[in-house]
Design a protein around this ligand. Sequence first.
Ligand code: C2E
Ligand code: MG
Ligand code: MG
Ligand code: MG
Length: 272
Amino acid sequence: KAKLGTGESICYFEDEHDQIMRRDLRLASELTAALNRGEVDVHLQPKVELKTGEIVSFEALARWDSPELGPIGPNVFIPAAEKNGKIRVLEQKVFLRVMEWLKKRQDRGQRLRPVAINISAEHFFHRSFIPYLVDTAAEYDIDPKWIRLEITERIGFVDIDTAYKVFKQLNDYGFTSSVDDFGTGYSSLSYLQKLPVSEIKIDRSFISNMEGEGTLAIVRTIIQLAENLNMSAVAEGIETETQRRTLLALGCRYGQGYLFHKPMPLDEANLL
Ligand code: C2E
Ligand code: MG
Ligand code: MG
Ligand code: MG
């Protein structure tokens, strides 16, 4: 047997990488059928005002419960869909479900609040992205002000000029947008300052580690940055009362997390 060396660990890594690739390919091909069978659904998680707990908006999160494979988390099927050309059709499905939900509420005279939708980089930069949003919102008679697009900071905003144009167009049509998972990517501050984005979502990894002085300083800095840029700071993944109080003391107005509400089916969110 060959002894363990660098060579072997590289082989091991490639094996694992191969397995993930095969798994993702399989998931992506099942996903197409799943979308047609209506197995992919949407849950909504409220975003609240930290001081009062009042619900100010919702975030749409994709859910997939496969009869054969069981429930699969978005952290698994979203990357699989991204790598295999299925993400746009999936996100369009999410968008349609949200439009239906908003439309029903609007028709019944129920109160509307903005709903945020997560958009992957590939979809965001696709030429049909904005026309699709505009046409679909018009078809459902939903004012774009009720629709927010969340783009993760991890996309790095590689193509800065194009990203700027997309954000600007979204804004011109009346949609709002947020930078998601802030602190996990590498966006430059001078760039962020130019973006017509209304909110910055502080990644959960910072919120859950605020007992650490260093992390606390980062959270404080992000909140101040948002304020200086005229954007609102939203803390993700708040689980404890201590976290809520700390964030309020730092001047953060909004948050999401299990302390307030878990993501819930559309029917349940309809009662709110
Ligand atoms: P995200 O957009 O940052 O969404 C927040 C995630 O944190 C959600 O996980 C939510 O359920 C979870 N969360 C909220 N509050 C808490 C809390 O207090 N504690 C803990 N431990 N978790 C909390 P979920 O639904 O599993 O989604 C994971 C990620 O998958 C999302 O992160 C988003 O990046 C992605 N995702 C989901 N749906 C879509 C979609 O339609 N398109 C794209 N591109 N990504 C999506
Ligand atoms: Mg999000
Ligand atoms: Mg997030
Ligand atoms: Mg996050």
